[in-house]
Design a protein around this ligand. Sequence first.
Ligand SMILES: C[S@@+](CC[C@H](N)C(=O)[O-])C[C@H]1O[C@@H](n2cnc3c(N)ncnc32)[C@H](O)[C@@H]1O
Length: 462
Amino acid sequence: MLGRALRALPYNEESVEGLLGEDGPAAGLSDVAVYDRRLPDTPLGNATRLLLLQVTIDRDAAIAAFGHDGLDALLTTQLARADGDRIAARGRIVPAEGLLMSFDGFAVGDDDPHGYVASYTPTASWLAALTPRRHFGRALDIGTGSGAQALLASRHSDHVIATDLNPRAVAFTALNAALNGIDNLEVRLGSLFEPVAGETFDLITCNAPYVVSPEDRWQYRDAAGFEADQLSQAVVTQAPAHLNDDGFACMLVSWLAESKDDADARVQTWLDDVPCDAWVISLSGADPLDHAAGWNEHLSVDAEDYGLALDRWTAYFEELGVGWISEGAVLVHKRLGHRHVIRTDWADEEELEYGSDQIERVFKALELIADVDDERDLLATRLALPEETRIELALGEEGARVVLEEGTWPELEIDDELVEILGELDGRATLAEAIGQARVPRRRSTLDDIRELLELGMLELR
Ligand SMILES: C[S@@+](CC[C@H](N)C(=O)[O-])C[C@H]1O[C@@H](n2cnc3c(N)ncnc32)[C@H](O)[C@@H]1O
């Protein structure tokens, strides 16, 4: 009933952007005072005030916005409470990704409870960008929080199971499914894969509580009960057994290293024995002090507390013998009975965009590379440039820069010969024919670059 009332307003990304500008739906606590003053005294303005900004409004204004039934429904969810003639928000409902997502109110740092359920965070949007969006039968979201990944998967899956250790998270997810009229999403309480023992899926997502630290402060952040990066390891190594053949698992995790020089060695060992091709995308790396500073920024207003936290965290890493902490995505594609490939890349988290097509191309390429025995196999393939691949030529300069304008936005510098060859790749000619038509020599380095373009999803196998 509440969802219906909100859709009638309509309370969605476009209407909030219309009132507050492009950044409106992503309002933070520091925006509240300004946005509150900018909003009109209209049903949509007051709904936005209460639900997006967590600002108290009059009961009459709430009735004008949601109707009597809608307000009753809102109070029943306990996302708001009546205080005399005033309606006060206890949580937030935010439009994002074409959905309405409810979660706890604005974070206030150290006072947030252990089971705080976070908003649609940047990390949630990174995982959403790095998930293939083809149609799936059964999908699973581990550590679902407010259900963001599960709600997104419900649009292109027959059935979704969302699990979490935190009963409040599971309740928010069920509420969010109802709020959006989604009826193919089931929630289950429990740790990691325990609630789905013996079950298999076509898609698994997990934005794990991957922050390695000595703390057990927040369930959404700290991997309680797991030492070092063991929760991430458990997710990455256990997911493949819960995948059907041709299934994907997309996980945001972290992995430790003695030093920056061997940053990805450990995550690669987790993938050595799984029946999957894997794409590891490192999104950030830091030494223990920078890592501690980043995750304790909320304490920086108090120099003493902040200093104590930094010392506690860095001592923990010293004891572990860890000098470098990486955070990123591990994507795996299960292919039983084949040789497998692990690819490792770096991407800028700020640049990530929806990359479903790129991911499909990357894994098709990895499949080919895993099976290819020599360069003749590669020369016999038919290739094309996807629409999103742009070739940038600079006047007076040799070579070109190739950029893929989606997903991880990879770039590669190429020489003039390869520019000529790419011009001949129309999806019909084989690579060998295209090289012939371009009248350029067939060099080892050219084939290496073609392989790289393929593996980054900048070329498409036809
Ligand atoms: C970083 S949040 C991710 C929330 C949401 N999936 C998203 O993408 O925004 C991690 C979630 O994992 C849950 N969690 C923590 N430990 C867990 C465990 N052992 N098993 C399952 N879920 C766990 C937390 O309660 C939290 O909801």
